[in-house]
Design a protein around this ligand. Sequence first.
Ligand code: HEM
Length: 206
Amino acid sequence: MTDTRSRPYWLFAATLAGAALIAAASFALWGMGSDGFQHFTRYTARLAFLIFIVAFSAGALARLFPSDGTRWLRRNRRYIGLSFALAHFIHLGALTGFFISIGEAPDTATILGGGLAYVFIGLMALTSNDWSMRKLGPAAWRWLHLIGSYYVWLIFMRSYLTRLASETPPEPKIVFATTAALGFAALGLRIAAWAKNRRKPAPAAA
Ligand code: HEM
């Protein structure tokens, strides 16, 4: 059990500082119009993705490579997950600003596919506390977080693989090859940890 003093609330401050830096750099380099908002949107998605990958792999890392560091990640994945939600809701704010600045609306498929991801992220964030875990019960809580996190993974991977396959990606393909590789590596870790669990179940306290 994490006691109150050791809860890493600094992760939220670090996420806000990262997003503020991205906003400052985007608007300073690309102006206060649609270009600035577009870069703010793009890089907040990237910030959120990096935090997501850590939360998504934390349990598997601790299972496969037990150490103080990986145990810290697993113990604090609630706060890492909440930091991801914070970063991704900033992405939502940024993309809203972007669409207002160009006077257009996203297409329906993006609104539905991305919107469902936001529903999951919102539900996962709202249930990331002891009270909700007790109310939902372990099975429902686990299903919600399992389905939600794989759906979010899928939407990220769809974006990166589409950019990788594009003839005119907005940045060099190495950027999207790296993010896609990170996503697949995280998935590989989870599969390996799952296989290890099937051979030898983790101790109850894990
Ligand atoms: C209604 C929902 C959403 C809309 C309208 C939307 C819109 C956008 C826009 C306008 C960009 C910037 C595109 C550019 O670089 O030119 C972007 C980037 C991106 N978004 Fe979102 N987004 C939504 C939800 C999501 C969700 C739920 C995810 C992931 C779970 C996501 C992941 C990404 C990624 C990975 C990028 C590219 C970042 C990069 O270039 O590294 N978006 N989005």
